[in-house]
Design a protein around this ligand. Structure first.
Ligand code: SF4
Ligand code: SF4
Length: 243
């Protein structure tokens, strides 16, 4: 078993659902310096991308709230999702990033665990793009929802990254495009209660009005664009008004 396999196995053993490796070279032309791995680790060679799956039952419950954002059922959903992300998923992702970075540092490679949570409340984003790292590591493709669509779990995941000096074997980048993955589907755009998603067919990219999205269900969390995506759903959700 080589170093890459040992790192991936260690991270999975600690609880990760998906692990991939991106080459640090993938980010070298990024204009913002904090989107380049060398900003965190001067001799960075690889980025480990780690995903945790979100519970299906919570997301499916959100879809069954009959389209009424102010119903008690929708309130239960948004507050459950917020609590679950805030008190479990982000803590676990940070734990996995720290565990992975410690494993690599014990082998002699400086390794920086990037926080899973949003740290820039002006742009509503993290200091380093976990989504860009996941695509570069081959974990999935950006969908029209602006989230990474993975083959196994669709967009029902959250991500974290570790930047390391270790020269690991890249598992990406993903070759498929948003158009190939989504085709004519636009369920995520249609379900958004505040029209925060705008997809351009010409550029194949989505702009997300993150500030409006984030404020929509405070103190809860919306996530309907993630819940409605056919990728990653265990069963069709016919009969729900959101579909
Ligand atoms: S989380 Fe909700 S408000 Fe935000 S983009 Fe998705 S559907 Fe729209
Ligand atoms: S809901 Fe449809 S359009 Fe949106 S990301 Fe999923 S497959 Fe793509």
């Amino acid at each position: 078993m080589d170093l890459t396999d040992r790192v991936a196995e260690h991270t999975r053993t600690k609880g990760a659902d998906l692990v991939g490796i991106a080459s640090a070279d993938f980010f070298k032309n990024k204009t913002e310096e904090h989107q380049r791995p060398s900003y965190f680790v001067p001799d960075a060679k690889s980025v480990v991308s780690i995903a945790l799956k979100i519970n299906d039952a919570i997301l499916d419950f959100g879809l069954s709230s009959s389209g009424d954002l102010y119903s008690p059922r929708h309130e239960v959903y948004t507050q459950t999702l917020e609590g679950y992300l805030k008190h479990y998923i982000y803590d676990q992702l940070d734990y996995l990033a720290i565990e992975t970075s410690r494993y690599l540092e014990n082998l002699g490679y400086k390794s920086f665990p990037i926080q899973a949570r949003v740290t820039d409340w002006v742009e509503v984003r993290g200091v380093f793009s976990h989504k860009a790292a996941a695509v570069a590591a081959g974990l999935g493709t950006l969908g029209k929802c602006g989230l990474v669509i993975t083959p196994k779990y669709g967009p029902r995941i959250r991500l974290v990254s570790v930047i390391t000096e270790a020269q690991l074997r890249p598992s990406g980048p993903t070759q498929s495009s948003t158009e190939e993955i989504c085709g004519e589907c636009s369920k995520c755009i249609e379900v958004c209660p505040i029209n925060a998603l705008s997809y351009s067919k010409d550029t194949g990219t989505t702009i997300v009005d993150k500030m409006r999205c984030w404020k929509l269900t405070l103190p809860g969390r919306c996530g309907l664009c993630m819940a409605v995506c056919p990728y990653g759903r265990q069963e069709p959700l016919q009969g729900h008004l959101w579909i």
